[in-house]
Write a protein that binds this ligand. Structure first.
Ligand code: ZN
Length: 297
């Protein structure tokens, strides 16, 4: 059976794995993300040692995802300066003539959740991770959505909560965007400390739920997903998901009259099933897609 290499490329760590085509995992390797000069050679060595037949990558971005572009597969304007304009896909292939596919880490994650996880069977779904940043992947009409560049759900603009002591948020690019208001660092700035030490009924979690619900409302109204999957470290606070469901219903005001929303919210905004390996499994699925497309299927 052929082998598929998978890489989930993150800002703090790289997770690599080799799978058989049927999804059996053979080996996994985690490396800290340093500079490309330090981090990429051991990744190339890992995939070469296994003689992989295809490669799938889910990476932090922004990324060039237009296969017709000369810099396809490059990391573009990232704030991680050592990786800016880095041709990740090209370097990893290192002259190996094998089929490969790259996408955002969150698009890889939504693909995994659609094929094997919490959004199984959906033709339209969104995956959002809320941790040190906020990122979202979109699966629309049976395909990963790229559009002009690729979705950047984490920076959608929201209206401030009236009791938010820091309503501008902490994003260096935008006033009042999702990531700047609701990612881990935003919560930390709001409570001036570590929110993990706070009780569930602390007002900051009502503010957090309000922002997450605004995002869900915007996603429902623009993309009409059949499922919204919310993951990431911030959602480790288990009281949040039920609060987000209630707040989403309240903010929608009964406008979207579908039973999935009106009667079955517990199964509409859900936790990922594959966390914390959604992105890695999605990268494997991207590599598998690349292999099947090369086979002419
Ligand atoms: Zn922003």
């Amino acid at each position: 059976m052929r082998k598929i290499g998978a890489l989930e490329a993150g800002g703090t760590k790289m997770v690599l794995a080799v799978y058989l085509e049927d999804g059996t995992e053979l080996e996994r390797l985690t490396l800290p993300t340093e500079t490309p000069e330090e981090t990429v050679p051991p990744m190339i060595a890992f995939f070469r040692r296994h003689q992989v037949d295809a490669l799938g990558i889910g990476s932090f971005g922004p990324l060039q995802l237009d296969p017709a572009a000369p810099d396809y597969g490059s990391i573009t304007s990232t704030p991680k300066l050592k990786w800016k304009d880095y041709p990740l896909l090209k370097r990893l292939l290192d002259g190996m003539d094998i089929p490969a596919k790259i996408d955002t880490d969150v698009n890889a994650a939504v693909l995994a959740e659609v094929e094997l996880g919490a959004a199984r069977g959906c033709r339209n779904a969104v995956y959002v991770t809320i941790g040190t940043g906020v990122g979202g992947g979109v699966y629309a009409e049976g395909k990963l959505l790229h559009g002009l560049v690729h979705p950047e759900l984490g920076h959608m603009l929201l209206r401030p909560h009236p009791e938010d002591p820091n309503p501008r948020g902490v994003c260096p690019y935008h006033e009042g965007c999702m990531e700047g208001l609701a990612a881990g660092p935003a919560i930390g700035a709001r409570v001036q400390g570590d929110a993990r030490d706070l009780p569930d009924d602390h007002p900051t979690f009502a503010i957090e739920a309000y922002y997450l619900a605004q995002m869900c409302v915007n996603l429902i109204l623009t993309l009409s997903p059949q499922k919204i999957v919310l993951g990431g470290g911030v959602l480790g606070r288990e009281c949040l998901l039920p609060m987000v469901r209630r707040e989403t219903l309240r903010l929608l005001g009964g406008y979207v009259q579908h039973p999935a929303i009106l009667q079955d919210m517990d199964n509409y905004i859900v936790a990922p099933e594959l966390f914390p390996v959604s992105g890695l499994v999605g990268s494997f699925l991207l590599g598998k897609q690349a292999l099947m497309e090369a086979d002419g299927q």
